[in-house]
Design a protein around this ligand. Sequence first.
Ligand code: TMP
Length: 205
Amino acid sequence: MSGKFIVVEGLEGAGKSSVIALIETLVNAKGHKTITTREPGGTPMAEAIRECVKQNWQETVVEETELMLMYAARAQLLANVIKPALANDTWVIGDRHDLSSQAYQGGGRGISQTTLTTLRDLTLKGFSPDLTLYLDVEPATGLARARGRGELDRIELSGLAFFERTRARYQALAEQDDSIVTISAMQAMPDVHQQVKEVVEQFLQ
Ligand code: TMP
């Protein structure tokens, strides 16, 4: 027996944290052990990469540097946390995974599909989530919510057009992939949670 990997994706301010808590409750209620992860991050080295990638540097952060740091953090998390947990019959609920790189670095920054595919194949070797919930929010709304939580980091300061491109890539990829379910995060939170509950309970059957 092995665990399942469920990922929650979306722009800043989409409400990922409360949805992750809800999913954990639902999965636990079925008697499964769970852990939660976040990307970039989730191991000591990957958390250091997270700090590095979010920081406002006094130099240009090259897009390829940002991309490779995301994958370096993902490689650490996959080998040291996600795969061992799944092998130990533990379900993993992930705050972001590979789809974030496809959307932010691919859509937002404009990195080519060839480069993305090369790094993904190198890092993941065919590994992918069992279910992804994509919480779709308008960038202006999401960023206003994120701003309400405090100072914006380097990526959050990338501008509205960057987040519009990121959202468009998320939407396009979600449409092509049956393992990604889109839920509108423009609804009131109780409605978002009701939809999440329906999707996860169906998956748990
Ligand atoms: P968050 O988890 O608090 O939203 O912060 C992670 C930030 O990193 C967020 O701005 C999205 C960004 N990110 C990418 O650009 N690419 C990635 O592959 C991942 C995992 C995150």
